[in-house]
Design a protein around this ligand. Structure first.
Ligand code: FES
Length: 68
């Protein structure tokens, strides 16, 4: 059985960037900490370079040593 479309959240995986999730969302981290966001779209960091992890702070755009 599938959920009705109105209940279904879309998660968009971007190339080399965050996963974009339609908000509002509640994120539960491995340590039990909960982060809530009421934004229309929430960017979840997949590169783990964000200083605001698990939320993307665009650090994925910065070049790393050795990148051309
Ligand atoms: S995906 Fe944007 S900072 Fe990690």
């Amino acid at each position: 059985m599938t959920a009705p479309d109105r209940d279904r959240r879309r998660v968009l995986f971007t190339p080399d960037g965050p996963a974009l999730i339609q908000g509002p969302v509640e994120l539960v981290l491995p340590d039990g900490k909960t982060i809530c966001s009421d934004r229309f779209m929430v960017a979840i960091c997949l590169c783990k370079r964000s200083r605001n992890y698990p939320l993307c702070d665009t650090s994925h755009r910065k070049r790393r040593r050795g990148d051309s």
